[in-house]
Ligand binder design. Sequence first.
Ligand code: S3P
Length: 173
Amino acid sequence: MLLENDIILIGPMGSGKSTVAHALARLLAATPVDLDAVIEKEAGKTISAIFEAEGEAGFRLREHQALQATLGQGRVVATGGGVVLDPRNRMLLRRAQTCIWLDAPTDVLAARLQSEAMKRPLLANENIEAKLIALDRIRRPLYEETAHIRIDTQAAAPDQIAVKIEAALLERT
Ligand code: S3P
């Protein structure tokens, strides 16, 4: 089923955006879409391979184009953690209804990401927690200015987070 408006999940790496997008889409009988997967399909290579060949700037350009192409189709959209860095993306997300920030403390994110850092070029060969703290300093205000709703994802399973989001959406209507 198509939603009247997109529901877009933003937030740091490890906040569970993709898993929660699937759980929320199930709950709302909607279609989930993962922006990183759209980028990989379009590029014909993995996110890591894009960073390696085109640098972060090349990836961010692709991310902006993928966001523009993906919005406006009434789906539940999971984005990558850095989507808010580009002011054009922040404007698109702010204008869309509804943008939801999945928040969690950096130590919780670090624990979740320990085994998955290799899939994330920004964390590869880094002290994961220190890197997440540095990213949080820059990005937290951007999540804050972009999101319509903030959801604390600490100590909650994806299905429970989806229920929390549904309740928050109902409250706004
Ligand atoms: C990034 C997050 C990743 C992916 C890319 C860059 C970031 O997505 O888009 O590795 O800048 O935080 P997830 O948030 O799904 O890990």
